[in-house]
Design a protein around this ligand. Structure first.
Ligand code: UN1
Length: 498
């Protein structure tokens, strides 16, 4: 069995208390790894080491920092299959998707590495003669990266790579459901030659490790991806402590299907976005907003496909839908199905914890579709984070967009239409951070901004390096006066043509 400890100052070390916990395979219930159950003492040590390493790292040339990330990318390519298999075992997503998760980290590595020879600042002319001015990006200090289990490799790379490239040092706390994948990522950084102390890794619970980390006075930036409730806790617990906080929280993403849509194409997008990753992406489609004219044929086509989806262990080649992350989450999803029924929505398929076929050993949930959903029902408003899709019928594009926009979240949306006017109207009026035309709600590429409006976040964007660097750097404006005399901005006047 695998064993992982913390990684602090370039050393793999057990938790100060010597305690451990286990991560389990959600498809089989088997133990995947034993990892350190850390506490405040470990966090204190990791932050101290990160702070010390920062003094040197911030002066290390940015292109050279980028070169380490090229090596990280190359090692991830070498280890892609091994890490993907481990990810399927630890998190449950089917192997093809686990490979995609690692690939997203590889894409990020090369993309951010290249940024090492850009990281552009700004120059702009002065209002005075003999004066030069520019703005440059400065690192901030120690970053706490707190990451979720649903993209156990890709999402950490969105945080660690730009943070490290910019010259910060990091303490990384992964979700307790997926510590092994996170540890393998840290090992890649180590093997790529990242100097000790630049990246530190502490595993353990949210209460013990997470809270100690975000509240630590020497942590300057908190980059958190996870549930809306935990995000709110991060903000309230650190209020008044003057930390820079970037949040990526929930979604209630919708696919709009207009009356002129290519329905077969839409069905593919709905299956992929609604039930891919067992509905456990923040970008997953959990609402379907359908024009009344196509509701019937679309429903028929969808049901014919949903009933054929095969649940099982993600390592098996014929599995379409893997388990959900754990039994607690499965029960929560089931509660939502019950809520949907009680609210008067029509359960068209699913709505149950499947039995037999070896599924009882793991945490599975049947792909579920509700019809007759009203936009204000709880199953149409709250994030379920499972394979549950709620179908709402509308009479036209404006109503579709209005329903699409009317949730407390604002991550991703999609519209299926073959009419260019409708597509552009959606591009203008949809208020989510991501919009797809004739594709589902998932599948963001690393080099565009990733994030959402309203309750999905707090205005920051990950992915695209120029937006990610806004989280991990501060702008410094520098004025260089080479006139040799006192020049007073806003006061002195200059003769034309002098
Ligand atoms: C997430 O949903 O938590 O766009 C991240 C996507 C992936 C990333 C998803 N590239 O679906």
């Amino acid at each position: 069995m695998r064993e992982y400890s913390n990684y602090i100052g370039g050393e793999w070390t057990p938790a100060a208390t010597g305690q451990t916990f286990e991560s389990r395979n959600p498809a089989t219930g088997e133990t995947v790894a034993t990892v350190a159950r850390s506490g405040r003492e470990d966090v204190d040590r990791a932050v101290k080491v990160a702070r010390e390493a920062y003094a040197k790292w911030r002066k290390y040339p940015v292109p050279k920092r980028g070169e380490i990330l090229y090596k990280v990318g190359a090692l991830l390519i070498e280890r892609k299959e091994e890490i993907a298999c481990l990810m399927t075992q630890e998190m449950g997503k089917v192997l093809a998707e686990a490979r995609g998760d690692v690939q997203e980290g590889i894409d990020m590595a090369f993309y951010v590495a290249g940024e090492g020879r850009r990281m552009f600042g700004v120059t702009t002319p002065s209002e005075m003669p003999d004066k030069f001015q520019m703005a440059v990006r400065d690192p901030i200090g120690v970053v706490a990266a707190v990451t979720p289990w649903n993209f156990p490799l890709a999402i950490p790379t969105w945080k660690l790579m730009p943070a490290i490239l910019a010259g910060n040092t990091v303490v990384f706390k992964p979700a307790s459901d997926t510590p092994s994948v996170a540890a393998e990522l840290v090992r890649v950084f180590e093997d790529a030659g990242l100097p000790p102390g630049v990246l530190n890794f502490v595993t353990g619970g949210g209460q013990e490790v997470g809270d100690a980390l975000i509240n630590h006075p020497d942590v300057d930036v908190i980059s958190f991806t996870g549930s809306t409730e935990t995000g709110a806790r991060v903000v309230s617990k650190t209020a008044g402590k003057n930390k820079k906080i970037s949040l990526e929280l929930g979604g209630k993403n919708a696919i709009m299907v207009m009356e002129d849509a290519d329905l077969d194409l839409a069905v593919e997008g709905i299956l992929w976005s609604g039930y891919g990753t067992t509905g456990q992406r923040c970008t997953a489609a959990s609402r379907l907003i359908v024009h009344e004219e196509v509701e019937r044929p679309l429903t028929e086509k969808l049901l014919a496909r949903i009933e054929k989806l095969k649940l099982g262990d993600g390592l098996l080649p014929d599995t379409d839908v893997g388990p959900v992350i754990n039994a607690r989450q499965r029960d929560r999803i089931h509660e939502y199905a019950e809520i949907g029924k009680a609210e008067g929505a029509q359960l068209l398929i699913g709505g149950e914890i499947p039995k037999g076929d070896g599924l009882d050993k793991g945490s599975f949930y049947a792909p579920t579709l509700f019809g007759g959903v009203k936009p204000d029902m709880r199953i149409a408003q709250e994030e379920i984070f499972g394979p549950v899709v709620s179908m709402i019928t509308v009479r036209g594009l404006e109503e579709a967009i209005q329903v699409n926009n009317a949730t407390k979240y604002g991550l991703s949306s999609s519209i299926y239409t073959q009419n260019v006017h409708r597509a552009f109207q959606a591009m203008r009026d949809v208020t989510t951070g991501i919009l797809y035309i004739n594709a589902g709600t998932i599948g963001a590429e690393v080099h565009l901004p990733f994030g959402g409006t309203r309750g999905t976040g707090n205005g920051h964007r990950e992915g695209a390096v120029w937006t990610a660097l806004d989280v991990f750097t501060e702008w410094k404006s520098i004025y260089v006066d080479y006139s040799g005399r006192l020049q007073r901005a806003q006061i002195d006047e200059f003769e034309h043509g002098a």
